[in-house]
Design a binder for this molecule. Structure first.
Ligand SMILES: O=P(O)(O)OC[C@H]1O[C@H](OP(=O)(O)OP(=O)(O)O)[C@H](O)[C@@H]1O
Ligand SMILES: Nc1ncnc2[nH]cnc12
Length: 178
């Protein structure tokens, strides 16, 4: 088994599935066990780095609050890029770009500070889970409105049955697990 395959198998074994959370009918994929495991967290970052290589070069890794932060920030350090936090609405002082969206189990809104991205900066968008794609497409929209060139999207886990890719247009998407 290659190093990547071994890392991937470890990460998969640490994701917990919880039925009917946070709403009936949702199978929640809980990544807390990946983060808590010394080897598992490092393996997840190595896997993300491996799939992110297809998008190089890029200047920043952007992560969506909150779970996106947990993987995007260490990935940015690992790759030697900057990190862009895309925050849940109401956390940042103005001026901000704002986008409301629907996700698998509710509605939410994200914001990014106007001026934080230099025009034309190449940005990789990263999150833990691609479900319906509502969160990721809102993140892409915000980053583009802020002046970024989105080079692609990377997820630790994709839920193919929810077809989140359909929400992401022509953007290239890579996932470590599905
Ligand atoms: O593809 P979608 O249907 O949009 O769902 C995916 C999003 O849902 C989760 O975030 P959540 O909003 O639950 O917040 P959290 O990161 O703060 O836990 C997850 O971290 C993704 O960002
Ligand atoms: N099924 C799911 N598990 C974990 N996070 C999610 N975000 C959206 N859908 C999710």
């Amino acid at each position: 088994m290659s190093g990547y395959d071994a890392d991937r198998a470890l990460v998969r074994s640490l994701v917990r599935e919880v039925a009917d959370f946070p709403a009936p009918g949702v199978m929640f994929r809980d990544v807390a066990g990946v983060l808590a495991d010394t080897g598992g967290f490092a393996a997840a970052v190595r896997c993300l780095a491996e799939v992110s290589a297809a998008f190089e070069p890029f200047d920043h890794v952007a992560g969506m609050e909150a779970r996106g932060f947990m993987f995007a920030a260490p990935l940015a350090v690992h790759l030697g890029t900057g990190f862009l936090p895309v925050r849940k609405a109401g956390k940042l002082p103005p001026p901000v770009h704002h986008a409301s969206y629907q996700l698998e189990y509710g509605t939410a809104a994200l914001e990014i500070r106007d001026g934080v991205v230099e025009p034309g900066a190449r940005v990789l968008v990263l999150d833990d889970i691609l479900a319906t794609g509502g969160t990721a497409s809102a993140g892409v929209d915000l980053l583009q409105r802020a002046g970024a060139e989105v080079v692609g999207l990377v997820f630790l886990m994709e839920l193919p049955e929810l077809d989140g890719r359909a929400r992401l247009g022509d953007h290239r998407v890579e996932s470590v697990l599905d």
